[in-house]
Design a protein around this ligand. Structure first.
Ligand SMILES: Cc1ncc(COP(=O)(O)O)c(C=O)c1O
Length: 444
């Protein structure tokens, strides 16, 4: 039997609707349980968790509950991601900043933004971290390593010899809380028409001649992770003053196109604005933590500098010891100290004696495991690709320093008394094994 419905009976023509509303009740997707899970991850004990649970048990998570979208539809409040970007612009003094899920993601986006692609080369320091070289490879380019000088930063005088017709960029890493000598780096880049990507992962908040690292080249990249001086879990960001560079980096880092807002599905505004990319969005929860962390950067840097200056300012100079040179002693952060004894035997003697005094410090062993901060031991690159600059001996200053230098950490939380005791302990050991030389290289 067939029933016939006339078109007049359809709701569209004024007939009764098939049904008025769904009867299933919508529950929040994310609720108090997730909130407690975060509290658990923060490390609160069971009693504290119980009190938090009591406090929030009556909260009504209306409708679908909280929304952790990084790029939200129009809504009254800015997302934490937006707030993070805004704060980063203010702190760094730049026009554009974007949080990412990692420093590696930020570097990949920056490489693509400045035109790294198959058949191109990017010059990197022989000391840094493998992530920078991997970002070059991800973009399709080839990393080429350049030796460092006694500051352990890329040697500006050796960059020109690394430039070929394929070179599109140089990516100096501000290594371990110190700054690169940016003026000659920028000059050689300008002369050859290549871009500058500053890798600031290890030195956020450091300055060169009063300018924040990351603001002098075409793009600055940062890791804001738990392994760095600020950062909660995993995060990063890129900063720039150039709108097109920013947009291209955004497109790589957020290829879903949400960064373009309402224009998301529209034709590009100019050639090269829209292309395939990835998703390196910083999550809202990470942004909530890192927004606060950004605000702490100035104090972290200030405390670290004070400690470094107090310790180093008390040390005498010695014939047998060359301290790491500085390109800007006022701008360095100074959470670590590196110095070069005249030979390995002395380095080992000093390490043992300093350890016994309670000062600490380490020197590389004779049979070390590969270290991914050293050009020729960045296995993800060197095992899968070749270039003369990946060979042992290609960067002799780096080889000499890395194999023989003493490394020790300085802690931002040391009291003045702690600093004085560390300086006295170092002086005790140096006086015993070395010859004081007022003409020797200064510590600061
Ligand atoms: C110099 C340098 N660049 C990039 C990175 C990568 O950052 P992330 O671990 O956030 O990807 C690091 C991390 O250690 C680093 O030290």
């Amino acid at each position: 039997m067939t029933t016939t419905i006339s078109t007049e009976e359809l709701a569209i023509h004024g007939g009764p609707k098939a049904f008025e509303a769904m009867t299933g009740k919508e529950l929040p997707k994310i609720d108090t349980e997730e909130f407690l899970s975060i509290a658990t991850r923060f490390g609160f004990n069971d009693q504290a968790l119980g009190r938090i649970a009591d406090a929030i048990s009556n909260e009504d998570m209306e409708g679908n509950g909280p929304n952790f979208a990084r790029f939200a539809c129009p809504r009254p409040k800015a997302t934490m991601g937006e707030k993070f970007d805004q704060r980063a612009c203010e702190i760094m003094g730049v026009k554009f900043a974007r949080g990412t899920s990692s420093g590696t993601g930020a570097l990949h986006a920056a490489m693509i933004a400045v035109g790294v692609q198959a058949g191109t080369e990017v010059i990197l320091p022989a000391l840094g971290f493998v992530a920078t070289a991997m970002a070059v490879r991800l973009a399709g380019g080839k990393p080429v390593f350049c030796d460092v000088d006694a500051s352990l930063q890329i040697d500006p005088a050796k960059i020109e010899a690394c430039i070929t017709p394929q070179t599109v960029a140089v990516a100096p890493t501000h290594y371990m809380g110190r700054v690169c000598d940016m003026d000659p780096i920028l000059a050689v880049a300008k002369k050859h028409g290549i871009k500058v990507i500053e890798d600031c992962a290890q030195s956020p908040g450091a300055q060169y001649k009063g300018q924040c690292v990351g603001t002098m080249g075409d793009v600055g990249c940062f890791s804001i992770s738990c392994y760095k001086i600020i950062g909660g879990g995993e995060g990063g960001m890129f900063i720039t003053n150039d709108e097109r560079t920013f947009e291209r980096a955004c497109q790589l880092a957020e290829a879903g196109g949400l960064w373009r807002g309402a224009k998301r599905f529209h034709q590009p505004d100019y050639e090269g604005q829209v292309f395939w990319g990835s998703n390196y969005r910083m999550s809202e929860l990470e942004a909530a933590v890192d927004f606060v962390q950004l605000g702490k950067l100035k104090d972290v840097v200030g405390r670290s500098r004070k400690v470094a200056h107090r310790v180093l300012g008390q040390l005498k100079t010695y014939k047998e010891i060359t301290p790491q040179a500085s390109n800007d002693a006022q701008g360095d952060i100074g959470y670590g100290l590196r110095y070069l004894p005249q030979n390995k035997a002395l380095a080992e003697k000093l390490t043992q004696a300093l350890g016994a005094e309670g000062v600490g410090g380490s020197v590389r062993s004779e049979n070390p495991t590969p270290d991914w901060h050293l050009y020729r031991e960045m296995l993800p690159i060197t095992l899968n690709d070749s270039h003369p600059s990946y060979e042992k001996g290609a960067c002799p200053v780096t080889d000499h320093w890395f194999g023989n230098m003493l490394t020790m950490g300085l802690c931002q939380w040391w009291s003045e008394e702690d600093c004085d005791r560390v300086a006295a302990g170092m002086t005790k050991v140096f006086d015993a094994y070395c010859t004081e030389d007022p003409q020797g290289a200064a510590w600061i």
